[in-house]
Design a protein around this ligand. Structure first.
Ligand code: FES
Ligand code: FE2
Length: 370
C-alpha cells in the first residue's frame, strides 16, 4: 500500500521545509483509499484516542461499549476504582461481550457464559475447565494502556505509544485553569458523518470559517478577526477564539481563570482526533476516528460546570453546539464533494492565526506517515 504520489510529495515538502508557503494538502489526502490504512496503523492504533469521560463510569462495575476503528471496546471501572479499557471480544470463540451501557458484577459472555472480572481476567469457563490442557491464564481479555487527562479517557491500542504526557508537553498552560476535570457530561453522543475524518478535525480547529459559516451562531461571540494561534507541540496545537467586545461572556467560571481566559474559548487539538473548545463555563469536545476514506465516527459531548445544570444552561450549551455542528456538517459535505472533482487542487492557507493549526497538523502527519 503506498501513498498517492501528490500526497507523498506534499508531505515530504512539508517535512523538509516547515517554513514553506503554507498550502492545503492535495485532495487525494482526503479521499484516497491508500491513505487510510497507513493513518489507521501509524496515527490511530499507535497513538492516543479519546473514548469518553471517566465520569461516564462513576461506580465500580459501570461500563459502556463502543466501536473504535471497527474494534469492539469496553470502558469500565475496576475494584481499585480505576478506569479500565478492554477488548470486547470473548476469548472463547469471539462473541462480543457487552453492548450499550450498564453495571455488572462480572463481564459474562452471552454465548456460552464465560465470565471475566473488570480487569479482563477470566473467572469461569463453564465445563471447559474440564478440557485437558485448559489454561485460564491464556484467556485474559486484552487490556489497553489508558490515561485519564482532565477527565477524558485516552486509550492506546498498540501498547507502543509512549507516555501520553510526553506527547502533550506544554499544553497544560492552555487547559488547566478551565479545570475540565470538574465539568459534567450533558449527553454523550455518537454520530457517523460521510466525510474524511481530517476535514472535520481541521474544521473544528481553524478560526477562518467562524464568521462566514457561523454568522448567526458563533460569529457574534467568536468572530474570525479575533482568533489568535498559540504555539503547538509535538502532539497538539491550539488557538484562542477571543470573544467579541459586545458578547457579555459567561458567568459560571472557575476562580482560577484569568481575565483573558474568561473572554475566550481556548481551542485545543490533541492529535490525531481529539478536539476541544474550552469556554468559561463549559466545553465542547469531539473524538473523531475514521470509518472509511470518506466516512467518520464522531463521539462528541458538551461538558459543563455543575451549577449550570439546574438552570438549564448546560442543556442550552449542548443544543447550541448541536446547532453549529449542523452548519459545519452542511459545509463539509460540500467540501468533500468538491475534493472529489478532477479540478480540485492545493490552495493557499490563511495566515497562522486563522489556519496555522492546520499547518501544524500537516507537520505532525508528515512525521507519522513518512
Ligand atoms: S464465545 Fe464467549 S463463551 Fe463462547
Ligand atoms: Fe465550525
Amino acid at each position: 500500500m503506498s501513498l498517492p504520489l501528490d500526497t507523498l510529495n506534499a508531505l515530504r515538502e512539508i517535512k523538509d521545509n516547515p517554513n514553506a508557503i503554507p498550502m492545503s494538502m492535495p485532495p487525494s489526502f482526503y479521499k484516497d483509499e491508500n491513505v487510510l490504512p497507513l493513518e489507521v496503523d501509524e496515527v490511530f492504533i499507535k497513538g492516543w484516542m479519546c473514548v469518553g469521560r471517566a465520569e461516564e463510569v462513576p461506580e465500580v462495575g459501570d461500563y459502556f461499549a463502543l466501536d473504535l476503528l471497527g474494534e469492539p471496546i469496553i470502558v469500565t471501572r475496576n475494584d481499585d476504582n480505576e478506569v479500565v479499557v478492554l477488548s470486547n471480544v470473548c476469548r472463547h470463540r469471539g462473541s462480543q461481550l457487552l453492548s450499550g451501557r450498564g453495571n455488572n458484577k462480572r463481564i459474562t459472555c452471552p454465548y456460552h457464559r464465560w465470565s471475566y472480572d473488570h480487569n479482563g481476567k477470566l473467572l469461569a469457563a463453564p465445563l471447559v475447565d474440564q478440557t485437558p490442557g485448559f489454561d485460564k491464564k491464556r484467556c485474559h481479555l486484552p487490556k489497553f494502556n489508558t490515561h485519564v487527562w482532565y477527565g477524558w479517557v485516552f486509550v492506546n491500542l498498540s501498547g507502543t505509544a509512549g507516555k501520553f504526557e510526553d506527547s502533550v508537553v506544554g499544553v497544560d498552560q492552555y487547559v488547566k485553569n478551565y479545570h475540565p476535570e470538574e465539568l459534567k457530561s450533558v449527553e454523550p453522543t455518537t454520530e457517523y458523518w460521510p466525510l474524511n475524518w481530517k476535514c472535520l478535525a481541521e474544521n473544528f480547529m481553524e478560526g477562518y470559517h467562524l464568521t462566514p459559516v457561523h454568522m448567526k451562531t458563533l460569529h457574534p461571540m467568536t468572530p474570525t478577526r479575533l482568533c489568535e494561534k498559540v504555539p503547538g507541540g509535538a502532539g497538539y496545537t491550539g488557538y484562542r477564539a477571543r470573544y467579541n467586545e459586545s458578547f457579555e461572556g459567561r458567568t459560571e467560571v472557575h476562580p482560577d481563570m484569568l481575565e483573558e481566559e474568561r473572554r475566550q474559548s481556548m481551542m485545543v487539538w490533541i492529535y490525531p482526533g481529539f478536539v476541544v473548545a474550552l469556554s468559561p463555563n463549559s466545553a465542547v469536545y469531539m473524538s473523531i476516528t475514521p470509518e472509511g476514506p470518506t466516512d467518520l465516527q464522531v463521539r462528541w459531548d458538551v461538558i459543563a460546570r455543575a451549577e449550570t445544570f439546574d438552570s438549564g444552561e448546560a442543556k442550552k450549551r449542548f443544543d447550541f453546539a448541536a446547532s453549529f455542528n449542523v452548519e459545519d456538517r452542511e459545509r463539509l459535505m460540500d467540501v468533500q464533494k468538491g475534493l472529489s472533482s478532477r479540478y480540485a487542487d492545493r490552495g493557499y492557507l490563511a495566515p497562522a492565526d486563522l489556519e496555522g493549526t492546520v499547518w501544524d497538523f500537516y507537520q505532525y502527519m508528515s512525521e507519522k506517515l513518512l
